[in-house]
Design a protein around this ligand. Structure first.
Ligand SMILES: Cc1cc2nc3c(=O)[nH]c(=O)nc-3n(C[C@H](O)[C@H](O)[C@H](O)COP(=O)(O)OP(=O)(O)OC[C@H]3O[C@@H](n4cnc5c(N)ncnc54)[C@H](O)[C@@H]3O)c2cc1C
Length: 416
């Protein structure tokens, strides 16, 4: 019996891989997508779906967001509460004023066990996609005209011409074939816990980023989930973790047991699951994520925002761009490294500037006095908060905000 073959094979059905499969299907192209897991399955994450992720979902299918919220597993989010090391909160809505119609929010928080299952169900809606779950690939070999993949248990084998690797932060292919090794200054670690009974969330459902001085330039987060549950976490750059010898799990435990600034919000709360951690390969230094017959997507390609830790929306973008490049390269019958490098060019164009701005802000966050000064300045200036609310969608404004000159002008009373 001959080995099953596909023109395009995607390894990993997380947000990046699923998006690539959807994009191909939307253009009528067939592909095979495999994942080692069966769904539902958990993925350690903050579970926040940014405006970017929601916009892309809507672009795939205008009804997709309706289907997501009809599962009652997604909490609508209307803004972000930033808390400075001195405890001063700055609340920036996604839109100012917030809309009267609250049927669909700008962002959501949805546990990955639910969201990723929803994504897999969306993939199942397309007959062009051959979805195979429970296939743990451990062996990928280059052949004359493509790749041969084998599963760990030896029961599955497949060949393909073009390989899209979307197998997450610990991708062996990304390391061994593409040479994308971990660089501690462009990499972070984070822990997450689910809790119930955390108090003090904004009534409109804001996600919260707390810049506690002990963990700068990282942060502690508290994101509301449906039914009084919440996702709580702590993340820091890997080089800083090593330098300071910090155990994120222990620090997280001590924050919820009684941190002087926020401990009281956890006084009547309880952990519903144990604290778990996972790595975040950051995109603060975009590296080549394509080669002869392959493209690498999402976390496997180191594409997480270095400031916010957002990787779902970026992974979805990478999936779309990889699929479009796949269609073009197959049309030209050219899967050479040279041709596929157009994928890296587009990734840099679409995500590069945003990552760059995020990285600049992230590196300036290491000094508590800067954040305290900014928080003191913004606090009680509604016109400035209104302007900052445009920052989520306006990259130009975000670039301005990252420059000291913006704040000098603001201090001189310009526009505020
Ligand atoms: C603690 C933490 C908090 C975070 N918070 C947020 C947040 O709030 N918002 C946000 O946008 N991002 C967040 N991120 C980042 C986000 O989780 C990732 O960027 C996102 O999941 C990347 O999607 P992906 O499809 O590239 O990879 P993944 O979601 O990791 O999917 C990879 C898939 O590949 C499969 N796979 C792996 N190996 C194999 C194999 N050998 N064979 C077959 N299948 C395989 C896995 O089962 C998995 O389904 C967070 C990350 C961490 C660690």
């Amino acid at each position: 019996m001959s080995t099953p073959h596909s023109d395009v094979l995607i390894v990993g059905c997380g947000p990046a891989g699923a998006s690539a499969a959807w994009r191909l299907a939307k253009e009528g192209h067939h592909c095979t997508i495999i994942d080692k897991s069966t769904f539902p399955r958990d993925k350690v994450c903050g579970d926040a779906l940014s405006g970017k992720a929601i916009t892309l979902l809507r672009r795939f299918d205008p009804q997709a967001v309706e289907r997501l919220i009809s599962t009652d597993s997604a909490e609508p989010i209307w803004g972000i509460r930033f808390v400075a090391p001195n405890g001063k909160p700055i609340e920036v809505p996604f839109q100012d004023p917030l809309p009267e119609d609250r049927t669909q929010a700008h962002g959501y928080v949805s546990r990955r066990i639910d969201f990723d299952s929803f994504m897999v169900d969306e993939v199942r809606r397309h007959e062009e996609i051959d979805l195979q779950l429970g296939v743990h690939v451990t062996n990928i070999e280059r052949e004359d005209d493509g790749w041969r993949l084998k599963s760990k248990d030896g029961t599955w084998e497949h060949t393909c011409r073009l390989l899209l690797i979307a197998d997450g932060a610990q991708s062996a292919f990304a390391r061994k074939v593409a040479g994308l090794h971990k660089r501690p200054e462009h990499h972070a670690g984070a822990v997450r816990a689910y809790m119930e009974g955390v108090t003090g969330f904004h009534p409109d459902g804001y996600i919260e980023l707390h810049f506690l001085k002990e963990y700068l330039p990282g942060y502690f987060w508290a994101f509301p989930l449906p039914n009084g549950q919440s996702n709580i976490g702590l993340g820091m750059r890997t080089d800083k973790l090593k330098e300071r010898g910090i155990s994120l799990r222990d620090e997280m435990q001590s924050i919820i047991e009684g941190h002087p600034l926020i401990g009281e919000r956890f006084a009547g709360a309880k952990l519903t699951e144990k604290i778990v951690g996972y790595p975040l390969p950051l995109g603060s230094k975009l590296r080549r994520a394509s080669g002869e017959g392959y493209m690498i997507l999402g976390d496997a390609g180191h594409m997480i925002d270095p400031l916010t830790g957002e990787g779902i929306g970026n992974g979805m973008y990478a999936g779309i761009i990889a699929a479009e490049q796949a269609i073009e390269s197959l049309r030209q019958n050219d899967l050479s490294a040279d041709t596929l490098s157009a994928y890296d060019v587009r990734i840099a164009r679409v995500l590069g500037r945003e990552m760059d701005i995020s990285y600049r802000i992230q590196t300036s966050l290491k000094w508590p006095f800067i954040i305290n000064g900014l928080a003191n300045f913004i606090y009680g200036r509604p016109k400035l908060t209104k302007l900052l609310s445009r920052m989520y969608t306006d990259l130009e404004l975000r670039a301005q905000v990252a420059k000291p000159s913006f704040w000098v002008q603001a201090a001189m009373g310009k526009n505020f």
